[in-house]
Design a protein around this ligand. Structure first.
Ligand SMILES: [Zn+2]
Length: 354
């Protein structure tokens, strides 16, 4: 199938024309191409920079359910997913041309009883963290996921999982394998050690302070705040009545979250869109996260870029370029005004999906 598309690109709004042949984009005209779209906006496929394929409300899913999750993402135009830790091996999905591309972080790495049961690899002896990190770096697609903090039931509050010293070694071990590292962090205390150790990204980051924002700027750390999942904090606090200090901490983090993420964005920390779909959030909600990012001070163009061209550059994946896979969306109306929920055309590997 040979296709021709004409419209305007973003963020610059310039007129663009693309031809598609054998699933690949061409900036050069291709003969006998059908014009599939003319007038409107043409964007690279959306990016959900934090979701979990193979994780559902009840924990690990079957492979069939994981396929359905990936299909749901495809149908809303999320054609590139950064999987921030999954207990299910989805690498066989790479052979399917009907599913979004997935950048995997392998399995979550945690200490025993310091994350949701059944999800992470539990590491008894923290000095072994660098070994496990290197293993997950080789298993994944360029990212490793740590659990940075979680409730410590002995303390009755959020607490860091790892010592600063082992984080330095562990992150260096990932970088030596060519992988980047990110961490789940809700509270304040785990952030300085992770950022100073050279972590590449912070997930959630509800506990960022002025000081940690400065550290993130100094170290080039990105933030994926998963704002639509933070909406679950009050419910988490309600269920934690046995741990009143923790419950209050979660409520306080919820109350200050928008102000803190807005401060990080304003200061220049790179912020990307991730839904955290797969646990308490359903798949297919990237559009809601884009809307939420606008409530922390991102312009409509910035919020869309955080789930599209800017996220692709950060993840080192192509946007719309000659020779790249034709993974794109077309909108008759400006998606910054009408939202991204109803693309008029979804192309994945050059194939029309909707
Ligand atoms: Zn997550």
């Amino acid at each position: 199938m040979r296709l021709h598309l004409r419209g305007r690109g973003l963020p610059d709004g310039e007129e663009v024309q693309w031809w598609v042949h054998d699933g690949v984009l061409s900036a050069e005209p291709i003969s006998n191409a059908d014009t599939a779209f003319d007038g409107g906006w043409i964007l690279p496929g959306l990016v959900d920079a934090h979701c979990h394929v193979g994780l559902g409300p009840g924990g690990p899913t079957s492979v069939e359910e994981a396929v359905e999750q990936a299909e749901t993402e495809r149908d809303v135009g999320a054609l590139l997913l950064r999987d921030a830790g999954s207990p299910v091996d989805t690498r066989s999905f790479d052979d399917r041309d009907d599913l979004p591309r997935i950048i995997r972080a392998g399995r979550h790495l945690a200490r025993p009883k310091r994350y949701m049961p059944g999800l992470p690899i539990d590491i008894e002896d923290e000095s072994q963290l660098p070994v496990y990190v290197a293993e997950q770096a080789r298993f994944g697609d360029g990212w490793v996921k740590l659990v940075g903090d979680w409730i410590d039931r002995g303390v009755g509050d959020l607490a860091p999982l790892w010592s600063d010293e082992v984080l330095v070694e562990a992150i260096a071990a990932a970088h030596a394998e060519g992988a980047r590292v990110t961490a789940h962090v809700f509270g304040e205390d785990a952030l300085p050690g992770l950022i100073k150790a050279g972590i590449d990204c912070i997930e959630h980051g509800t506990g960022i302070t002025e000081d940690t924002i400065d550290l993130m700027l100094e170290h080039g750390t990105a933030l994926v705040p998963t704002l639509i999942n933070i909406e679950n904090f009050p419910g988490i606090a309600d269920k934690a009545a046995k741990y009143p200090t923790y419950a209050k901490h979660m409520r306080d983090l919820y109350a200050s979250c928008h102000r803190r993420v807005a401060a990080a964005h304003e200061a220049g920390v790179p912020v990307f869109a991730g839904t955290d779909a797969g646990g308490m959030v359903a798949h297919g909600r990237i559009g809601d996260e884009i809307t939420a990012l606008r409530r922390v001070g991102m312009t409509p163009t910035e919020a869309l870029g955080a789930a599209c061209w800017d996220a692709r550059a950060w993840l080192r994946r192509p946007a719309l370029t000659h020779g790249a896979s034709a993974d794109l969306l077309c909108f008759r109306s400006d998606p910054r005004e009408v939202g991204v929920a109803n693309p008029d055309l979804v192309l994945l590997r050059g194939r029309v999906w909707g």
